[in-house]
Design a protein around this ligand. Structure first.
Ligand code: ZN
Length: 97
């Protein structure tokens, strides 16, 4: 069996901080392994498929976000009618002496 290691694009090693040096693969126990090829950082991610019955369950830590209730009130747009007297002189051309 050959283990296919794949680089995780954009992943940063939490130990040495190198980017694109993290490989991810699945070991013989079907566990997801994350490894840094630079410093040898080794991390087991939690196995997704194999869950031990009765084992320590990971508590669901879901951050309960408060949804901001943005109350959008419709504001009526007021149109101010233009004063008819403030318009430009339209009879400019016809004002020949
Ligand atoms: Zn590293």
């Amino acid at each position: 069996m050959s283990v296919v290691k794949r680089f995780i694009a954009g992943a940063v090693c939490p130990r040495c901080g190198a980017m694109d040096r993290i490989v991810s693969y699945v070991d013989e126990h079907a566990r997801q392994i994350r490894e840094c090829v630079d410093c040898g950082f080794h991390e087991k991610l939690r196995d997704a498929d194999t869950q031990l019955p009765g084992g320590p369950e990971e508590p669901e830590t879901r951050v309960t976000r408060k949804k901001p209730v943005a109350e959008v009130k419709a504001q009526p747009i007021k149109f101010f009618p233009r004063m008819p007297g403030k318009s430009k002189n339209e009879d400019e051309s016809g004002n020949k002496p």
